[in-house]
Design a binder for this molecule. Structure first.
Ligand SMILES: N[C@@H](CCC(=O)N[C@@H](CS)C(=O)NCC(=O)O)C(=O)O
Length: 202
């Protein structure tokens, strides 16, 4: 498998998940400006939607969208328990979290990175994000991970998007359980390896 990524973008979640699953893969950096991938391909041809993550499977198919890619990775190695078995109520709970992270957290952070987003939009998404993080903070409480005792792909995704708050002057300090959660996930050896591989830590 090949994972195409922009350094520090949401593709970090798949980079973490692949390592936690113990799966062999090639990490392929994409130049955000030129859209040229490190393997020589034009990234816009790999994923015509033009965004990461894009995972090329061993049969040549390309899978996109965090919610799909992360579950695909988890299902490649069930013994790593990165997702509950398909068809169980717990699996729907995982999908519920993945959808929440994608549409309520990830996509409300996105305008804050954009030079062309109006200031009013940035203020608005900050307000919405605060409400969503308040909910997350209560939900996590003293649980080690989102789903309870078990680290799942939802944690890889949530850790990735919460990490953006540091670059956006968006202080997580008032949500102590959330802050401790980010530290806990960030201390996992495979998470550190993924951060190193993207040049985000030494
Ligand atoms: N709907 C997609 C959105 C992915 C997405 O927003 N990717 C961002 C990085 S976090 C991206 O590649 N944006 C295009 C760019 O920065 O040029 C998903 O959930 O996977």
């Amino acid at each position: 498998m090949k994972l195409y990524y922009f350094s520090g973008a949401c593709s970090l979640a798949s980079n973490i998940a692949l390592r936690e699953a113990g799966l062999p893969f090639e990490l392929v950096k994409v130049d955000r400006r030129t859209r040229k991938a490190a393997d020589g391909l034009d990234f816009n041809e790999v994923n015509p939607k033009g965004y990461v993550p894009a995972l090329t499977l061993d049969n040549g198919e390309v899978l996109t969208e965090n919610v799909a890619v992360l579950q695909y990775i988890a299902d490649r190695n069930p013994t790593a328990k990165l997702a509950p078995p398909a068809g169980t109520m717990e699996r729907y709970r995982l999908v519920e979290w993945l959808a929440f992270i994608s549409s309520e957290i990830h996509k409300n952070f996105s305008p804050m990175f954009r030079d062309d987003a109006p200031e009013e939009t940035k203020q608005y998404v900050r307000k919405v994000l605060s409400a969503r993080l308040e909910h997350l903070n209560r939900a996590i409480g003293n649980r080690p991970f989102l789903m309870g005792e078990q680290f799942t792909v939802a944690d890889a995704y949530l850790f990735t998007v919460l990490g953006w708050s540091r670059h956006l002057n968006f202080d997580l300090g008032k949500w102590q359980p959330l802050q401790r959660y980010v530290e806990r996930v960030g201390a996992r050896p495979q998470v550190i390896e993924a951060l190193k591989a993207e040049g985000l830590v030494k």
